[in-house]
Design a protein around this ligand. Sequence first.
Ligand code: HEC
Length: 165
Amino acid sequence: MKSFLTIVSLFFVLVIVVFVEWHLDTPGRADQQRSILLGGGSGTEHRVEAVGRIKVESVVENDIEEAVESSAEQSVSVEVSSIDGESIYNAGCVACHGAGIAGAPRVGDIDEWLERVSAGMDVVMDHAINGYQGSKGMMPAKGGNPSLSDDEVKAAVEYMVAASQ
Ligand code: HEC
């Protein structure tokens, strides 16, 4: 009786092991069966090929989109940095600010610039863009060059302050 029970329980263990093994292998078997299915029949191969091609094209398209996006970003950053404060300064402001003509604060004289900047960068920018009559002299609006944009004047001021430090 005891040996019969042992045999029965061994049989159950065996069944469970086979059952588990079979299910563990299900994905592999499914793959195998699919490849057998896809491999046979003439029309199937064509369909599979077409799917493959569409995939490749969409990847290429994505690459192009990414390339276009990144080049767009690049041109934006080029645009932003295309305002060159130094060359704007050299084209006009230097006439008075280079040597400190007519009371203009000289670029390179950090004490003079610190005094002005301490009044607030907003005031300094406003004076440079709109011009003003100061105690030392007269700063013409945009240095006398109305074709400059506000941002270009600001870039020039930033350069002048930075170059004085
Ligand atoms: C015709 C001479 C002249 C030119 C050209 C000129 N400036 Fe001035 N600028 C002055 C004078 C003079 C002052 C000082 C006025 C004062 O405080 O009495 C001054 C002051 C300034 C200040 C200080 C403002 C403040 O609040 O203290 C800035 C900034 C400035 N100029 C920027 C510029 C820029 C930028 C340009 C070129 C786009 C330029 N200037 C061209 C004469 C000039």
